[in-house]
Design a binder for this molecule. Structure first.
Ligand code: F6R
Length: 626
């Protein structure tokens, strides 16, 4: 998520019998979570007039601009833009109109060779009104249409063959209001298909579509989709060959897309975790005839030989998903007795790693669209490795690039800071590693059943922690002054410390570092003084005594201590300035609990500082380019 160029523009399109404007605007609101700096809409009215409205700022600013204007029409496209080429401004906002005024485009992605194309088009007499790569693309399509004279679909195809880069586009033609042409390469795109092809919806994800139809199509890279009223959806590739259209059913509960009474999506998503994790376990954790919990995963049954025999797992991911991977490594090594490496996808893809065809690469991603993770998968695939995905977004690029995998099933995550996806990823990793260990015979029945039953109890234990919400919100106020924060944990909880620190820095802009607690004396201890809060994960397990010693060392240097402790731990309470208690649970699955107070802590510090929790500065929900 922390990249120089984040591209999270949102695309919406509609063609049918209803008024397009309200559908498009609602769709843009649904995509707001992706992060944007301007918005726009284009509509063709019954008289064939094209109306384009744009605004810098929010979708609500666009609504103000369009108020009292002609917003009629049953076909239209709309966009939220995150600036890449050219400053955020009305001039650079999408949709962009071609020179003749006939074609209009919205685009998510980057046309890398736009400068060359722009020069070539300028020589042919095209002029440009904006600084964007997108305007170049619509002019290129218009030029192709003039050259080939075979209509919009053909023109889009010819233009895209000249383009280097990433795109998801939707194009309409004032002279043919019965059609929207869409295409993608490297940027997400979903098409919704209405009853009897009477209407079509386009979205960067399914959220603008879900309330109108459950039937969706996920086009592949370099495919062009033709949405034409009254006709079957048609897909072709850039060579003009027809592609079979596979309709998928989406199961998206609309309440998941609203804040459900919470002040922010992030808080809602933190509180959603008990039910999300129950959903994630549903059908996967089942009671056997002895009244014990068993894990049933078809992905393991289907690829048993491959997964059982691999001599090595490699986990690749970015950010929070990478933290989940660090905990996954401990699970795989402990339960399955197989070496497991964890790499940042961005490092893996560029460091010429040694990959064997016997390796199983596990790619972890919430969005399923992270460019580095996708590129790392492609690299591993090219060396013959088997790719296993742990992904939240159904039908996403990463999900489709894998050989097998598990969907996280925690519903759409809207807040930019990942919360429920992290615990969902952990849950999938526990289920996967335990089930595999059982197949391999590397885990005893007792440990297997005990751990599975501990997992089953997680939702109710999280509920218990969430009851400390008010307390955490109160003492979070005491720490808004901090410029730096240290998060310390050991063993299973060391990656949780990293995740807690990441949450704090991304939404409260306080610099925070996560460390294994024992590393403190190898350097970070020099930072400790009365201005330096230190958060310890100090639950009563294996490393408890050592962590208590670390806490005393901090105390002796005047540091302020917040500790996540096991319920009723009197000793730890005497040392820490503030304590958050969590219920007792098996040490192995504790990260599913210890991370919850850290999420709440980061949330309340940011709220107290008056910051935009759901859309922190410089960040976007997923990073679809490097
Ligand atoms: C932090 C966060 C990011 C993502 C990272 C990978 O809260 O959300 O660090 O975890 O950008 O994204 P996905 O999981 O979508 O591949």
């Amino acid at each position: 998520m922390f990249k120089k160029k984040e591209i999270m523009c949102g695309i919406v399109g509609y063609i049918g019998n209803r008024d397009a404007y309200p559908i498009l605007i609602k769709g843009l609101h649904r995509l707001e979570y992706r992060g944007y700096d301007s918005a726009g809409v284009a509509l063709i009215n019954a008289e064939g007039k094209l109306n384009v409205y744009k605004a810098k700022g929010k979708v609500s600013d666009l609504e103000t601009v369009a108020k009292d204007k002609d917003c009629a029409g049953t076909v239209g496209i709309a966009h939220t833009r995150w600036a890449t080429h050219g400053e955020p401004s009305v001039r650079n906002a999408h949709p962009h109109v071609s020179q003749s005024g006939n074609l209009v485009i919205v685009h998510n992605g980057i046309i890398e060779n736009f400068a060359v194309l722009r020069k070539q088009l300028a020589k042919k007499g095209f002029t440009f009104q904006s600084d964007t790569d997108t305007e170049v693309l619509v002019q290129l399509i218009e030029y192709a249409e003039q050259q080939h004279k075979k209509g919009l679909v053909n023109a889009v195809r010819h233009a895209l063959r000249k383009v280097i880069g990433a795109y998801a586009i939707a194009v309409i033609d004032r002279n043919n209001p019965n059609q929207i042409v869409a295409a993608r390469k490297g940027s997400p795109l979903v098409i919704g298909v209405g009853e009897k092809n009477s209407e079509f919806f386009i979205g960067s994800d399914a959220s603008p579509i879900a309330e109108y139809t459950k039937n969706v199509v996920y086009p592949d890279d370099q495919q062009i989709v033709v949405c034409e009223l009254g006709k079957e959806l048609q897909i072709i590739n850039l060579e003009n060959e027809p592609i079979d259209v596979a309709i998928h059913k989406i199961d998206m509960d609309l309440s998941m897309l609203s804040k459900g009474g919470f002040r922010h999506y992030m808080l809602k998503e933190i509180f959603d975790q008990p039910s999300c994790l129950s959903d994630c376990m549903s059908g996967r954790l089942v009671k056997n005839t002895n009244n014990q919990w068993d894990i049933v995963l078809s992905c393991i049954t289907n690829f048993k030989k491959k997964l059982i025999n691999t001599p090595r797992f490699i986990i690749i991911a970015c950010g929070t998903s990478w933290h989940a991977g660090l905990i996954g490594k401990q699970m795989i090594e402990q339960y399955c007795q197989v070496p497991c490496e964890v790499d940042y996808a961005s490092e893996f893809r560029y460091r010429n790693p040694v990959i064997y065809p016997t390796d199983v690469v596990i790619a972890i991603s919430q969005s399923g669209e992270t460019a580095d993770t996708l590129a790392a998968i492609e690299l591993a695939k090219s060396k013959g490795a088997f790719i296993f995905g742990i992904v939240n977004a159904v039908g996403s690029s990463i999900a489709r690039a894998t050989n097998s995998g598990i969907y996280i099933h925690v519903g759409p995550e809207i807040g930019v800071a990942s919360t429920k996806a992290f615990t969902g990823q952990l849950m999938c990793l526990y289920l996967f590693s335990l089930a595999l260990a059982k197949e391999k015979g590397t885990i005893s029945d007792d440990v297997y059943h005990e751990t599975a039953s501990a997992l089953k109890s997680i939702p109710e234990k999280i509920e218990e922690i969430l009851k400390t919400d008010k307390e955490i919100s109160q003492f979070a106020k005491l720490f808004t002054y901090a410029k730096n924060f240290l998060y310390l944990g050991r063993g299973w909880n060391y990656p949780v410390a990293l995740e807690g620190a990441l949450k704090l820095k991304e939404i409260s802009y306080i610099h925070a570092e996560g460390y294994p607690a024992a590393e403190m004396k190898h350097g970070p201890i020099a930072l400790i003084d009365c201005d330096m809060p230190v958060l310890f994960i100090a639950t009563r397990h294996q490393h408890y005594d050592k962590i208590i010693s670390n806490m005393l060392e901090v105390k002796a240097r005047g540091g302020r201590i917040i500790a996540v402790i096991t319920k009723d731990d009197i000793e730890a309470k005497k040392i820490a300035d503030e304590c958050i208690e969590i219920p007792e649970i098996l040490a192995d699955v504790e990260p599913l609990l210890t991370v919850i107070p850290l999420q709440l802590m980061a949330y309340y510090v940011a709220v107290e500082k008056g910051l935009n929790v759901d859309m922190p500065r410089n960040l976007a929900k997923s990073v679809t380019v490097e």
